[in-house]
Design a protein around this ligand. Structure first.
Ligand code: ADP
Length: 519
C-alpha cells in the first residue's frame, strides 16, 4: 500500500518521497491501527489523511476546527486533482443537504467537518450509514481538557466512533501536545502508545528571542524599518493595545493591518485577506488572529506581551516560517505581564483546580523568559522532548557572555528562603536579602535573621531577577496561585553542601545586542 501511496504523492503533490514521520503514520493507517501523528507546523500532517482517502475503500472524515481554512484547503485539493468537500456552519441548509447527498452517493471520498457538526443528530445518522474508513482528528489537542484550546464538541468524537457500525481507523494529529495532553488523546481515541508517531516539534528555521527591558514601541518600529519587505504578525494583549500599535505603525508609514474581536466580521475578513495576499506586510492583532491562517511567508512573530502558557506561545510564534525560511519569534517581556496574567486567571470563572493548573502553566511561561538555556530546547522539553540539542539560533544560544560563578549568592538566597519558612514570595525575600527595614519585615522579625541584608549591596530589583533566574533554573519552586511563595527544590541541597556550583551569564546585561537586533 505504501508504494501506491508514494505514487499518489508524486502524482497529486509532486513530492518524491514521504517524510519519515509521514510513512510511519501511513504504515499504521494502512494496517488499520489507530494512531497519532505529532509533528511540527509545516511537518506535513495533511498528507497523512489526504493520501489514504485516495486509497481506502470508504470515505475519510476529517474533523477540523479551522472552519475559515476549509474552503481554501478544498480549493487547493481540487487543484491537486483530489475531490473533497466540507460541511460546516458557513453553509446554508440546502447546501448542506446537497453535499450530504453527494457524500451518500459516494461522489466524495474526503469530507471535512467542523466538530460542532458532530452534535447534529442528522449528520451523525448519515455518517452511521456510510462506510467510514478513516476518521482523522486534526488539532487533536482540542480534545483534552488540559490542553490550551479545549473544545467541548471534540468530546463527541469518541461517542461518534462507538456509534459507527464499522469502526474506522482513527488518526489524531497535532503540533502542540504536552505528554499529559497526548495521554488524554490516546485514552479518548483508543490509541496505543506504540502507535504514537513523534517527529519532534523542533522548528529548525525559527530563531526565538526573549527581549527584556526594551522600549517596546521603539523595538518594533526599528525592526520593521530595518525589514521593510518582511511579513509579520505583532500580537498584543488587548484590543486597545492593537489600535495603539496599529496607529503608531501607520504614522511611520508601515504597511499594516489590524485584527481583533471588536471589529466587524467584514472588516476582519478584509484585513485578513490583505495580509494573506501580501497587500499589507504587518498584521497587528490579538490572539483572535491566526488560527487557520494559511500564510507561509511570515518572517517574524512578535509578542508585545507574554502569553499565558507555552502551548499558546509555541503555536502563535510557530505561525512564522511555515515555508521553511529563516524567521524570528520575539517575545518582548515585561514583569507586569506576569501580574496581568495572574490577575486574569484569578478573576476567571474557572474551578480552583483549573486555576491552579493555569498558574502553574503561567509559571513555566515566566521561566521561559528568565531561562538562560536554549529557548527552543526549553519549550521542547515542556512538550516532553528531552532529547533535543541546543538550537544555536535563539537569543540565549547566541549570547556569548561568560559564565560567572554565583554559587555564593545562590546559597544566600536559598538560606534566606529556608529561614523565612518557605512561606513568602519574591518581593519579600528580596527585601530581606537587601536589608530593607519595612513594617512587615519588622513585624515578622525578619530583620533578626542571619540572612537579613546579606545582599545589601545590590538593588531589590537585581535580587528579584536573581530569584527569577534561580526559579527558571529549577532551584526554586513557586507554589500557590496569585501570590506564589518560594520553596526550595531538591536541586538546592548539593549547592548548600558545596557539592554543586551555580553559574549564570554575566549579570550586567545592558547591551544584549544579539537579542536587540535579531536580523
Ligand atoms: P502541517 O499541516 O503539518 O502544518 P502541511 O500538511 O500543510 O503541514 O504541509 C506543509 C508543507 O509541506 C506543504 O507545503 C506540503 O506540500 C509540504 N509537504 C508535505 N509532505 C511533503 C513531502 N513528503 N515532501 C515534500 N514536501 C512535503
Amino acid at each position: 500500500m505504501l508504494a501506491a501511496a508514494q505514487e499518489k504523492l508524486k502524482q497529486h503533490y509532486g513530492h518524491d518521497s514521504f517524510r519519515p514521520g509521514q510513512s510511519h503514520v501511513l504504515e499504521r493507517v494502512f494496517s488499520k491501527k489507530n494512531c497519532m501523528g505529532m509533528m511540527p507546523t509545516g511537518g506535513g500532517k495533511s498528507v497523512c489523511y489526504q493520501i489514504p482517502s485516495l486509497l481506502l475503500p470508504g470515505i475519510t472524515v476529517v474533523v477540523s476546527p479551522l472552519i475559515s481554512l476549509m474552503k481554501d484547503q478544498i480549493d487547493e485539493l481540487k487543484e491537486a486533482g483530489i475531490d473533497a468537500t466540507f460541511i460546516n456552519s458557513s453553509l446554508s441548509a440546502e447546501e448542506t443537504t446537497a453535499r450530504m447527498d453527494e457524500i451518500k452517493m459516494g461522489l466524495q471520498k474526503l469530507v471535512y467537518v467542523a466538530p460542532e457538526r458532530l452534535e447534529a443528530p442528522s449528520f451523525l445518522r448519515m455518517l452511521q450509514r456510510l462506510p467510514v474508513s478513516l476518521l482523522a482528528v486534526d488539532e487533536a489537542h482540542c480534545l483534552s481538557q488540559w490542553g490550551h484550546d479545549f473544545r467541548p464538541s471534540y468530546m463527541r468524537i469518541p461517542e461518534l466512533i462507538s456509534s459507527l457500525p464499522e469502526k474506522p481507523v482513527v488518526l489524531a494529529l497535532t503540533a502542540t501536545a504536552t505528554p499529559e495532553v497526548s495521554k488524554d488523546i490516546c485514552r479518548a481515541l483508543n490509541i496505543y502508545e506504540e502507535n504514537v508517531v513523534k517527529t519532534g516539534f523542533a522548528r529548525e528555521n525559527l530563531s526565538f528571542h526573549v527581549v527584556k527591558g526594551a522600549d517596546r514601541d521603539h523595538y518594533v518600529t526599528d525592526y520593521i524599518e530595518r525589514n521593510p519587505e518582511a511579513s509579520g504578525i505583532i500580537y498584543c494583549a488587548t484590543r486597545k493595545e492593537v489600535e495603539r500599535q496599529y496607529e503608531a505603525l501607520r504614522k511611520k508609514g508601515a504597511s499594516c493591518g489590524r485584527y481583533h474581536g471588536g471589529m466587524s466580521p467584514d472588516e476582519r475578513r478584509t484585513m485578513q485577506e490583505q495580509f494573506v495576499y501580501d497587500e499589507t506586510k504587518v498584521m497587528v492583532a490579538t490572539n483572535a488572529f491566526g488560527m487557520g491562517i494559511n500564510k507561509s511567508n511570515v518572517r517574524f512573530v512578535f509578542h508585545r506581551n507574554m502569553p499565558r502558557n507555552i502551548e499558546s506561545y509555541y503555536q502563535e510564534a510557530g505561525r512564522a516560517g511555515r515555508d521553511g525560511g529563516d524567521s524570528d519569534c520575539v517575545l518582548l517581556f515585561s514583569p507586569q505581564d506576569v501580574q496581568i496574567q495572574q490577575f486574569l486567571i484569578e478573576q476567571s470563572q474557572m474551578s480552583e483546580e483549573r486555576k491552579q493548573q493555569e498558574f502553574d502553566k503561567l509559571q513555566t511561561m515566566t521561566h521561559y523568559c528568565h531561562t538562560e538555556t536554549c529557548l527552543q530546547k526549553y519549550m521542547l522539553a515542556y512538550f516532553g522532548d528531552n532529547q533535543s540539542a541546543d538550537c544555536g539560533r535563539c537569543s540565549e544560544c547566541v549570547d556569548s557572555r561568560e559564565l560567572e560563578d554565583i554559587t555564593k549568592e545562590a546559597q544566600m538566597v536559598f538560606s534566606c528562603i529556608k529561614r523565612m519558612g518557605e512561606r513568602f514570595g519574591k518581593t519579600m525575600t528580596a527585601q530581606v536579602l537587601t536589608g530593607s527595614m519595612n513594617k512587615k519585615v519588622k513585624e515578622l522579625k525578619f530583620h533578626q535573621l542571619s540572612t537579613f541584608g546579606l545582599l545589601k549591596k545590590r538593588t531589590q530589583k537585581d535580587v528579584a531577577q536573581l530569584i527569577d533566574f534561580l526559579a527558571a533554573s529549577d532551584y526554586l519552586r513557586l507554589s500557590g496561585g496569585n501570590y506564589p511563595v518560594l520553596q526550595l527544590t531538591e536541586k538546592v541541597l548539593p549547592v548548600l553542601k558545596g557539592e554543586a556550583l551555580v553559574t549564570r551569564k554575566t549579570v550586567s546585561r545592558p547591551e544584549k545586542v544579539s537579542a536587540e537586533h535579531p536580523l
